[in-house]
Design a protein around this ligand. Structure first.
Ligand code: FAD
Length: 693
C-alpha cells in the first residue's frame, strides 16, 4: 500500500516522538542534577567531577562494590542505599550507590575481578525499564552487543565480573519483573558470574519489603563466600554529615525552603521542564466531581501556557506534592527537632560518591515538608536501625523485637498503617532525640511526584491539562485511623482554597498552600509531563473500545473530548465505545453531564455502557457488561478497533483481560487459549493498550 501524506506526517512524528521518548530528552542537554547548576549546593558526585566511567570511578574512590539502581518511584533507589549501607557496615565492603544513567556500560568488560556490581532494577508498566534505565536496557538486550574494547557477545566479555541482582515488579502485570529477568540472563550469557539468586520483589502481592529482606540474607552469605568477606557487628556510620548553621538565617537567599531546584530558589526557573525541573503551574480551575459528602474526586485544570511544556492526549502529568503540616509537626516532635525546625542545616556526603538526595542548605522544616516521604508505610529494616537510638531500654527492646519478628511487625505496624512517626509514637511518648538526621535522610525516600492520566485532549485544549483524581482517604482493616494520601489531600486543600471554601482545610491537615517563599500563592503546583504510549489511533474513523471504571475514565474523557471535537468539525469518527463503572449513577458517575454534550456532537458513534455496583441486588462491574456485549465488542474488533483499559491494575485490568479473551474465543468458536493468545497478539501489535496503576 502506498503511503499518503498524512501517513508520512504521522510516521515522521512518531519517529521524532520515539527518539524523544527513548532518549528521555538527553539530546536537549538538560542538567541531570538540578542542584548542580547554581553551584550553591553541590553534591558529592558533582564535586568529585563527573566521570561516566564506573571502573575509573571505583578505582579513584577506592570502592569494591557498586550498587546500580533503575528506579521510577524511589523504591529501587532506597533498596540500593540500604544494600550499600549494609554491605559497608556488616561486611566491610567499600560501597557506592549509582544511578544507572550516570555511567556508561560499554566498558563493563573491564570490571575488575575483585569487585562486585549490584543491579537493583524496577520494572515499569508493561515490562519496561524505568526512565533512568532505558539506555542500559537497550544496550544489554540489543542484538549486537559491542564493548568499547571491541569485544562482542561471542567473547564472554564479562567473565571477570561478579554481580548481584534484585528486581522490583508487580505480578498483576503480564511481564512480571521482566527487567531484572532479561538483564540477568543477558549478563549471564555474556559470561558474568551471578552471586546468589536473582531476587524478585512483588508489589502486586504486597510483599516487596519481605521479599527483599528474605532474599538478601542468603545473598550476603554467598557474596561473603565469593569475596572472602568477614561479617562484623554493624555499627551505624552516617552517610551524610548534617550540620546546623546557626549564623545563617532561613530567610537567607541561599537556603532552600522547599524549592525543587536552585533556579526555582533564585526565581529564574526556566524550561525545558522535566522530571528534574518541574514547572510551577497555575491551577486555573478546580471542582468536585462526586455528589456525596464523604468521598472526593477532583477535576483540575492546570495551565501550561508559556511554559513550553506540551502534551499529547493520553500522556501523564506528574504532581510534586507537599506533606501535610500535621504530619510534618508529628515527625518533628517525634524526633525532638520541633523547636529548631527553622534552623538552617547543611547536608554533605561524607563519602565523595554519596549523593545528597535533597537540596542543601535547607531547614529541618523544609526538608520534612517538601523533600522527604514521611507518610509512607514503614520498613522493618528501618525500624530496627532506630533501636540503637531509642530513648529508653524498653523502647529499644520493642524496636529490636519489631525488627526481628516479621509477624509481630505486621501486627503492630504494617496492619495499623502507621507512618514512621506514628509507629514510634505507638511505642513510647518519649521523643527519639538521639536519632541522627542523616539516618532519617538515608532511611526514608525522597518525596516522589505522583502521576495522573491526563483527562483532556491536547487537540481541544493544548495549553490546559486536566486532572481527574480521587482523594485517597482509606481505613484499611486493622487500622484505627484514616490513611490520607499525600498528594490528593494536598490537591483537595488547593481546591478548597481556590474556591474560597469556608472550611479550607477539611481534615485539619494544615498544608503550606502558598509554598516556599509564597511562590505557589495564587494556587500553583509544581508539575511535569511524562509522555506515554497510550494513544488514540491516528485515523479517527477507526473504532475504539475503552474500559475505564472510576478514575480509570480519566484518559478516556480526553479521548472522547478529542473525537467529539473532530466530529463537530465534520470528520468521520468511528464507533467510540466506553465501558464505565462506579458505585451509583447519582453519586460518582464522573463527567455524566459532560458526556451528554459529547453525545450531542457525536450522535450514535458514542456509546457509553455503565455498570453501577451498588444499585442492584448484585454487584455489576465493567467486565460483566463487557461479556453482556460480547457481540458488539467482537464486531468492533473485526473492524480493527483498538482496545484500551485504564484504572486499577490489581483486579479490574486482569478481569477485563480475561473477559476479552473469553469473548474472542466464544464469538469466533475458538478454544479458550486461542482467545488469550489473540489478546496477547493485540497487545504486542499495539491494538490493546493498558494505562493501569
Ligand atoms: P499516597 O500517599 O501515595 O498513598 C497511596 C496509598 O498508599 C494510600 O491510599 C494507602 O493505601 C497507601 N498508604 C500510604 N501511606 C500508608 C501508610 N502509612 N500505611 C499503609 N498504607 C499507606 N490516580 C487518580 O486518581 N487519577 C488518575 O488519573 C491516575 N493516573 C495514574 C497514572 C499512572 C501512570 C500512575 C502510576 C498512577 C495514577 N494514579 C491516578 C494514581 C496516583 O498516581 C496516586 O497514586 C494516587 O493519587 C494516590 O496518591 P497520594 O499521594 O494521594 O497517596
Amino acid at each position: 500500500a502506498q503511503l499518503d501524506t498524512l501517513d508520512l506526517v504521522v510516521l515522521v512524528a512518531l519517529l521524532v516522538g520515539s527518539v524523544a521518548y527513548f532518549t528521555k530528552g538527553s539530546y536537549w542537554a538538560v542538567p541531570k542534577d538540578p542542584y548542580a547548576s547554581s553551584g550553591a549546593a553541590l553534591n558529592g558526585a558533582a564535586k568529585s567531577g563527573k566521570t561516566r566511567d564506573i571502573v575509573e570511578k571505583m578505582e579513584e574512590t577506592n570502592k569494591n562494590c557498586v550498587i546500580f539502581y533503575g528506579s521510577q518511584t524511589g523504591t529501587a533507589e532506597d533498596y540500593a542505599s540500604r544494600l550499600a549501607k549494609e554491605g559497608s557496615q556488616r561486611f566491610g565492603l567499600k560501597t557506592m550507590v549509582a544511578d544507572i544513567e550516570d555511567y556508561d556500560y560499554e566498558n563493563l568488560d573491564k570490571f575488575p575481578e575483585d569487585k562486585v556490581a549490584f543491579f537493583v532494577l524496577a520494572t515499569y508498566g508493561e515490562g519496561e525499564p524505568t526512565d533512568n534505565a532505558v539506555e542500559f536496557y537497550q544496550f544489554f538486550t540489543g542484538e549486537d552487543i559491542a564493548f568499547e574494547s571491541g569485544a562482542t557477545s561471542d567473547d564472554q566479555p564479562l567473565s571477570s565480573m561478579k554481580y548481584v541482582a534484585f528486581g522490583l515488579g508487580n505480578n498483576t502485570y503480564e511481564h512480571y519483573n521482566a527487567m531484572v529477568r532479561q538483564v540477568d540472563s543477558a549478563l549471564t550469557k555474556l559470561g558474568a558470574q551471578r552471586i546468589g539468586d536473582a531476587g524478585e520483589g512483588d508489589d502486586g502481592a504486597g510483599t516487596m519489603e519481605e521479599d527483599f529482606l528474605a532474599w538478601k540474607e542468603p545473598m550476603w552469605a554467598a557474596l561473603s563466600d565469593a569475596m572472602g568477606l568477614q561479617e562484623r557487628e554493624a555499627v551505624y556510620e552516617a552517610v551524610f554529615s548534617v550540620s546546623e548553621e546557626d549564623e545563617r538565617s532561613p530567610e537567607d537567599e541561599t537556603v532552600y525552603l522547599g524549592e525543587p531546584t536552585a533556579a526555582h530558589r533564585e526565581g529564574r526557573a526556566k524550561g525545558p521542564f522535566s522530571a528534574h525541573n518541574p514547572y510551577i503551574a497555575p491551577i486555573v480551575e478546580s471542582k468536585e466531581l462526586f455528589t456525596v459528602k464523604d468521598r472526593n474526586c477532583l477535576h483540575m485544570e492546570i495551565n501550561i501556557a508559556g511554559s513550553n511544556l506540551s502534551y499529547q492526549t493520553g500522556d501523564h502529568i506528574a504532581v510534586w506534592p507537599t506533606n501535610a503540616g500535621a504530619e510534618v509537626d508529628r515527625f518533628l516532635q517525634v524526633f525532638g527537632i520541633e523547636d529548631k525546625r527553622h534552623s538552617v542545616i547543611s547536608i554533605k556526603g561524607i563519602d565523595v560518591t554519596a549523593k545528597v538526595p535533597i537540596p542543601t542548605p535547607t531547614t529541618y522544616d523544609a526538608a520534612v515538608r517538601y523533600y522527604m516521604e514521611v507518610c509512607a508505610p514503614v520498613s522493618r529494616q528501618f525500624v530496627s536501625s532506630l533501636a540503637a537510638f531509642a530513648p529508653d531500654e524498653a523502647s529499644k527492646a520493642e524496636l529490636v523485637r519489631l525488627g526481628n519478628d516479621k509477624d509481630y511487625f505486621h501486627e503492630k505496624i504494617t496492619d495499623k498503617c502507621f507512618n514512621i512517626a506514628q509507629a514510634l509514637q505507638s511505642i513510647t511518648s518519649q521523643p527519639f532525640t538521639a536519632v541522627p538526621f542523616s539516618l532519617l535522610i538515608e532511611g526514608l525516600n525522597k518525596l516522589q511526584p505522583r502521576y495522573y492520566s491526563i483527562s483532556s485532549s491536547s487537540l481541544v485544549q493544548k495549553d490546559k491539562i486536566s486532572i481527574t483524581a480521587v482523594v485517597e482517604s482509606v481505613r484499611l482493616p486493622g487500622a484505627s485511623h484514616l490513611v490520607k494520601g499525600v498528594t490528593t489531600n494536598y490537591l483537595l486543600a488547593l481546591k478548597q482554597k481556590q474556591n474560597g471554601d469556608p472550611s479550607p482545610d477539611p481534615h485539619g491537615l494544615t498544608y503550606s498552600i502558598t509554598g516556599p517563599r509564597n511562590k505557589y500563592d495564587g494556587i500553583h503546583v509544581p508539575v511535569h509531563v511524562r509522555h506515554s504510549n497510550f494513544k488514540l489511533p491516528s485515523d479517527p474513523s477507526k473504532p475504539i473500545i475503552m474500559v475505564g471504571p472510576g478514575t480509570g475514565v480519566a484518559p478516556f474523557r480526553g479521548f472522547i473530548q478529542e473525537r467529539a471535537a473532530l466530529a463537530a468539525k465534520g470528520e468521520k469518527v468511528g464507533t467510540t465505545l466506553l465501558f464505565f463503572g462506579c458505585r451509583k449513577s447519582d453519586e460518582d458517575f464522573l463527567y455524566k453531564d459532560e458526556f451528554k454534550t459529547y453525545q450531542d456532537q457525536m450522535g450514535d458513534s458514542l456509546k457509553i455502557i455503565t455498570a453501577f455496583s451498588r444499585e442492584g441486588a448484585q454487584k455489576v462491574y465493567v467486565q460483566h457488561r463487557l461479556k453482556e456485549n460480547a457481540q458488539l465488542v467482537s464486531d468492533l474488533l473485526k473492524q480493527k478497533a483498538n482496545f484500551y483499559i485504564c484504572g486499577d491494575a490489581a483486579n479490574m485490568a486482569r478481569e477485563v483481560n480475561l473477559a476479552l479473551g473469553h469473548i474472542i474465543a466464544e464469538q469466533r468458536g475458538l478454544p479458550a487459549e486461542k482467545g488469550e493468545e489473540m489478546v496477547k497478539h493485540m497487545r504486542s501489535s499495539g491494538s490493546y493498550q493498558e494505562d493501569v496503576w
